[in-house]
Each structure stands twice: as structure tokens, then as C-alpha cells.
Design a protein around this ligand. Structure first.
Ligand SMILES: [Zn+2]
Length: 358
């Protein structure tokens, strides 16, 4: 029989494709009574191998749920980080995914957390909760919660309540509003069945609403002159953040952040103004960060200090545009609140991850 690490590696590869995650998004784990093996921070699901998982002492990790934590968010996250570091077993040094405490909350042996575009069309919609209740009556829906420790406390509480109402049974599918899904199961087959059910029902729901789920054919790529004209202006205004500038077909861009990952890779807001140095500087001063993606009538421009940063920004901006389109099926898109956005803009852990994967 295959061991758990081989199984979770296979599942990570299966659900690490573009249909389920982008960039370094998503994370997976398996556990026995004493140990939780989790994806390291800053890695991709497709790149995982059995020996790359970080082994964590579950008893030490679970002290997170009983310790007194400071009210100040920065002090709290620092304490949580140190508890998580102390829980990492010496034989697998490294930094565990920030979502490790959430994985610990599940009793199920395998947990596969992803951000499928099709699922986020529902999770990032105004009527998401109602739609989840209608199409996935056995699932658990969680309203948006700041990622990290706060999220794990919330998941723990909600899972306990669910078990209490379902004769000790745990949900196989958990929706995180404006984020993605957690799928949990004791066997690889259970995980596969739940994902197949999820994707199949979503197709049905979109069809019922008359919303096309096919990836739209890319529009006309802008002429080279478009990028060439913008490049010196961008480099003057953004400096090294515009070392690489990619030009893509125009998108019907999202007007705000749809999820934490989109916020990290695209920044909260896409720039839609005219391309002048002065206007770009004004945007940076007002928003607190330089524009990373520009959505213009001729096309989209994605900027980055490296090709990877620019490439990822372009991908996530296109994905957000698609989520916005899909969310029409469930009452239209719901962006992150200002409070949620500010928390993420200041979140050290996410910026660490952006550095790692960018
Ligand atoms: Zn996530």
C-alpha cells in the first residue's frame, strides 16, 4: 500500500494544475495521530515530492488554539509564527505554509486546498453563500476571514459546530468566501470524488444561469508600438518595478481585489488612467504602491522587477476578470472589504510569500 506522503504528493500534482490553482497558490497536507505533513511556504503544488513536505508536531501546533494571544494583530502574528516554527520537526527544516493551522483543524487524513477559478466565481459572488447552500447543501460556507491565525480559529469553531449538527461527521467541502475551497477526506478517492462533484455541479449552476464557463478566446494582442510607447514612461515612473513590461490583449479588469492571492500578485487596484509619469506617480502616492497592472483600451500591461512577477500579475489579472464574469451567475462579484484589503496590504507573511514565489 502506498504511504500517505506518496498519496498526498499524487493529489498535489492532480489538483496543482491551472484548473485549480495559479502560481504558488493552494496547499495540501496529510496527517496521522502525531504528525501533520504540510506543503512548505513559497512552493508550488506541482513541484512537491514526498520528501519536501514539512513535518509538524500536531500537539505543539494545536497549542495555538489554547494560548492567550495579544490583541495587536502584528504581535499576534509574530507569536503565531514562533509557535509554528517551534512545531516544525528538526528532520524537515523549513517554513510551513501559513495555512498549516487550518489544515490541523480537520480530522480527515488528507486536505487539498485550492482556488479554482470556477469555484471562485461562486466564492467571490454577492450571492455566494446562498448558491453554496443551494448547489452544495452538505458543504460548509465561511464568510470572509483574514487569512492566517484568525482564519484557523474560525475554521476550528465552524467545524466543531458542523460536527455537532451532523452526528460527528466533518464536511468534505468547505467554502472560504473570497478565497477558495478546502476539500478533506480520509482517502484519495474521497478527495477526487468531492472535486469531481464540485466541478460538475458548478458547470451545472453556470449553465442554469446562462453564464459561459469556457475560457474566453484571447482578444487581439496589442501592436508592439503600444508597449514601446508606454515603456519609457513606466520605467521613469516605476523605476526597477518596470524592469519587465508585458503587453497582453485587453481585459475587462476587476475593479478591486477578489481574493488575498489576487491582491498579493496584482496589487489591490489595477491602474486604468492615462499613461503619463505624473498620473502614475499620483496613483502610487494615493494607493501606497506603484501600479503593477494597467488595463487600457488597447491592451493590458503587466510590470515587474522580474519576468516572473510581471507574468504572474498578468495571469492573476486575467483570472480576476474571469471570476468577475463568472460571478454574474450568483448576483455579481463581491470584492474584498476595505478592512480586509488593508489587513492584507500590511501582512508580512504574504509579502514573504510574494518574494519567495515572485
Ligand atoms: Zn488559499
Amino acid at each position: 500500500m502506498k504511504n500517505n506522503l506518496d498519496i498526498i504528493t499524487a493529489l498535489s500534482h492532480e489538483f496543482g494544475t491551472a484548473r485549480y490553482v495559479m502560481g504558488g497558490g493552494g496547499n495540501t497536507s496529510c496527517k496521522d495521530r502525531e504528525t501533520l505533513w504540510i506543503k512548505p511556504s513559497g512552493t508550488t503544488l506541482l513541484g512537491l515530492a514526498p520528501e519536501r513536505f514539512i513535518a509538524m508536531d500536531r500537539a505543539r501546533l494545536a497549542t495555538l488554539f489554547t494560548i492567550e494571544t495579544p490583541a495587536d494583530a502584528t504581535a499576534r502574528e509574530a507569536l503565531v509564527k514562533s509557535v509554528m516554527e517551534a512545531a516544525v520537526k528538526p528532520e524537515t527544516p523549513g517554513r510551513a505554509s501559513v495555512e498549516a493551522p487550518v489544515h490541523e483543524c480537520f480530522e480527515a487524513r488528507f486536505v487539498v486546498h485550492t482556488h479554482p477559478t470556477l469555484a471562485n466565481g461562486l466564492a467571490c459572488a454577492l450571492g455566494g453563500r446562498e448558491a453554496a447552500g443551494k448547489w452544495f447543501p452538505d458543504s460548509l460556507w465561511l464568510d470572509y476571514t483574514d487569512p492566517g491565525y484568525t482564519l484557523s480559529l474560525r475554521v476550528r469553531k465552524e467545524l466543531e459546530a458542523y460536527r455537532a449538527n451532523h452526528e460527528g461527521r466533518e464536511p468534505r467541502l468547505v467554502w472560504l468566501q473570497n478565497h477558495g475551497v478546502f476539500v478533506a477526506g480520509n482517502t484519495a478517492e474521497e478527495i477526487r470524488e468531492t472535486y469531481a462533484h464540485l466541478m460538475g455541479r458548478l458547470e451545472e449552476a453556470y449553465r442554469a444561469a446562462g453564464v459561459d464557463t469556457a475560457t474566453p478566446a484571447p482578444g487581439t494582442a496589442p501592436p508592439d508600438s503600444f508597449r514601446e510607447a508606454a515603456l519609457p514612461v513606466l520605467q521613469a515612473a516605476l523605476g526597477t518595478d518596470a524592469t519587465v513590461v508585458l503587453a497582453r490583449p485587453p481585459i475587462n479588469c476587476a475593479a478591486g481585489p477578489v481574493s488575498p492571492d489576487h491582491l498579493v500578485y496584482v496589487k489591490s487596484y489595477i491602474y486604468e488612467g492615462v499613461v503619463t509619469e505624473e498620473a502614475l506617480r499620483a496613483f502610487a502616492a494615493r494607493r501606497g504602491y506603484p501600479a503593477r497592472v494597467l488595463a487600457l483600451p488597447e491592451g493590458m500591461l503587466a510590470c515587474g522587477a522580474t519576468a516572473a512577477v510581471a507574468e504572474r500579475a498578468a495571469e492573476f489579472a486575467a483570472d480576476a476578470a474571469r471570476i468577475r464574469q463568472l460571478a454574474r451567475a450568483f448576483g455579481g462579484v463581491q470584492y474584498l472589504s476595505d478592512a480586509a484589503r488593508r489587513f492584507l496590504e500590511n501582512w508580512e507573511v504574504e509579502s514573504y510569500r510574494a518574494r519567495q514565489t515572485g
